[in-house]
Design a protein around this ligand. Structure first.
Ligand SMILES: Cc1cc2nc3c(=O)[nH]c(=O)nc-3n(C[C@H](O)[C@H](O)[C@H](O)COP(=O)(O)OP(=O)(O)OC[C@H]3O[C@@H](n4cnc5c(N)ncnc54)[C@H](O)[C@@H]3O)c2cc1C
Length: 578
């Protein structure tokens, strides 16, 4: 037991009262940990009797290193694994990006538990929910949901904790941890619940429990001789059936197979009422529409997602690096790169690039392409870059016999993507803008100042072939060819003033991109918690319909997340209605 567990009730009680003022009427505001309305020990015991696992007491994983003179937990495990996504996903109190474990008081004081104990800052719970349920069965999920509703708690659904908006943490909240819902089943013939007997069966579908991570799904599906479209990150630790899919779900293979949402056959979900239902093309079709893009943590607790799979394929990868000796060279190469996006995505090429005024890298992949096809598509660009940079560029091509071989070679390990503070922001790049005004896009990208910048070429091609109104995912995805992203970071333990400088850099860069993307369309799953108009930027024209569906299935707004559908009716802490 961590020392922090013993200290927390005292710490939190004092903080909640001083920072939040008197407790408003329970009927209006959520009840937070430490308030008199918080359920008693015996109420929690009654919940515990219904669960398959002991009640959880999540703590920031860094608390293992406190007090520094006599660490209360396995501090060396933290120090060796803090940037390992699987390790962080195994800790109920860890977010992948530790800045989302912290809480900033209105006066700018940051409550956190830093890994660097030499900062001399006491370890505090921050935004990590202090209590929760380790759900292993649908019954566990139902018990937790009903408990949260009956006790008017702020419910936080957490899977892997990769979220960029802080949607899987909440100060003083009650956590429902889906990490151990690891069931996977493969159906050679899948029939959605409620389908009429005449309905066509779908071959080779896979059903993933909502705690399954992408690397687990990839191995499971590959063993059955199939491919599944999923997230691409170091270690494959993003959740396969949680926030990724409910936000859109992109991949370098999306130009060939569509977005994640284009591959879903069915969700099963526990609603605020405790009911466990299926949503698919035959029943609860409005909810099915909403769950394919309406955002995680908003409609209920998804317990499983059923996906189409695809035949396995061989694939080709191109990796290009270039150095720019002048801004003119950078401008000409990035212009050509942006202009190439529509044609490349139509031919199934997708991938990632990083851009700055002195260098450029890209990694692109495409399934089932011959060497001749690859040369026809990419060589004109590669030759252009070589000429423009006067030879200061390199290209490497590689073939792989399968997706899983490529994934193991390129993403099983790599530079850490998690374990340090990050904020991101992005704008979707439309096909029209890339085709008609690539020079302007290049100019804006090269004028951004601060942070890491790049493109995610994860749209176009098959993504553009789907009717934008057929599901809730932001319609701008259907006319996009890429996501333009920007991230910032800062040293752990930085004061709020330093963090705010980075936030301002991110916002300035976003304003520059807004000049060429007036719809300000953004991918919510890699968006900024500081997005100015989240309804417009994350949901567009679908917002009103999404909200209507939310209130149909969650009339008391049990499921509210920052910048999510319905969050406009709550204060910034999602504690009290406004
Ligand atoms: C290193 C890294 C790599 C990434 N790579 C990609 C990528 O390749 N493609 C891409 O599209 N995105 C990518 N993302 C973004 C990713 O899609 C989001 O972070 C997403 O929110 C992660 O979902 P999760 O369930 O894993 O995480 P969590 O943080 O646990 O959950 C995210 C949101 O979903 C909700 N949620 C989770 N599970 C459920 C459930 N069962 N029922 C209801 N709500 C639920 C949570 O409440 C929260 O609102 C990446 C992010 C990171 C940090």
């Amino acid at each position: 037991m961590h020392l922090l567990h013993h200290l927390l009730p005292l710490l939190l009680t004092s903080v909640l009262y001083t920072a939040a003022g008197p407790t408003p009427a329970a009927s209006q505001c959520r009840c937070l940990y430490g308030e008199p309305c918080w359920p008693s020990q015996s109420t929690f015991s009654a919940l515990s009797d219904q669960l398959s696992q002991p009640i959880l007491h999540p703590v920031p994983p860094e608390s293992a290193c406190y007090p520094p003179s006599s660490p209360s937990g396995n501090c060396s495990a933290l120090l060796s694994s803090f940037d390992n996504g699987d390790w962080r996903a195994d800790q109920p109190g860890a977010m992948q990006l530790p800045n989302f474990q912290t809480y900033t008081l209105p006066n700018g004081t940051i409550e956190a538990c830093y890994m660097n104990v030499s900062l001399g800052v006491p370890c505090e719970q921050g935004s990590v929910p202090p209590i929760g349920v380790d759900a292993r069965t649908v019954e566990d999920v139902r018990a937790a949901v009903v408990f949260a509703r009956q006790n008017n708690l702020r419910l936080v659904v957490k899977n892997t904790g990769h979220d960029y908006l802080g949607r899987s943490t909440g100060r003083g909240a009650f956590m429902l941890w889906t990490h151990h819902l690891k069931n996977m089943t493969f159906d050679q013939e899948f029939v959605p619940d409620g389908a009429p007997s005449s309905a066509e069966k779908v071959s080779n579908a896979v059903t993933l429990g909502s705690g399954v991570a992408w690397h687990e799904a990839y191995d499971f599906v590959q063993e059955r001789g199939r491919f599944i479209l999923g997230g691409i990150s170091v270690g494959g630790t993003v959740g396969a059936a949680g926030g990724w899919i409910m936000g859109a779900g992109h991949s370098a293979f999306a130009p060939t197979f569509g977005l994640g949402v284009d591959n879903v056959l069915q969700f099963t979900i526990v609603l605020a009422s405790g009911q466990h239902i299926a949503a698919n093309a035959y029943q609860n079709t409005d909810l099915f529409w909403a769950l394919r893009g309406g955002g995680g943590g908003t409609y209920g607790v998804v317990t499983s997602v059923t996906y189409r799979t695809h035949p396995v394929f061989s694939l080709s990868m191109a990796v290009l690096t270039a150095n720019f000796s002048s801004m003119d060279i950078a401008q000409s190469v990035i212009t050509k790169f942006i202009k190439s996006q529509p044609a490349w995505s139509d031919k199934g090429w997708g991938g990632y690039s990083s851009i700055n005024s002195s260098s450029f890298q890209l990694q692109y992949v495409a399934p089932n392409v011959s060497t001749a096809d690859m040369n026809a598509t990419l060589s004109p660009f590669v030759d252009f870059v070589s000429n423009a940079t006067q030879g200061a560029s390199q290209i490497a091509y590689q073939n792989f016999s399968s997706f899983i071989e490529w994934y193991a070679a390129t993403y099983s390990q790599g530079p850490p993507q998690v374990g340090y503070p990050i904020l991101g922001a992005n704008r979707l790049l439309s096909r029209a803008l890339a085709a008609e005004n690539p020079a302007q896009v290049a100019e804006k990208l090269l004028s951004l100042n601060g942070g890491v910048l790049g493109t995610l070429s994860v749209a176009g091609g098959a993504v553009s072939e789907v009717d934008p109104s057929s599901m809730s995912v932001f319609p701008a995805w259907r006319t996009a060819v890429a996501e333009l992203y920007n991230t910032v970071t800062w040293p752990e333990g930085s004061p709020n003033s330093v963090i705010q400088e980075q936030v301002q850099a991110l916002e300035r860069n976003t304003e520059i991109l807004n000049e060429i993307t007036p719809d300000s369309a953004s991918y919510m799953n890699e968006g900024s918690p500081y997005e100015k108009d989240f309804k417009k930027s994350f949901f567009g024209d679908h917002y009103t319909k999404l909200k209507d569906i939310k209130f149909k299935y969650d009339p008391a707004s049990l499921f509210v997340v920052p910048l999510g559908v319905g969050s406009d009716e709550w204060d910034s802490d999602l504690r009290c209605p406004v």
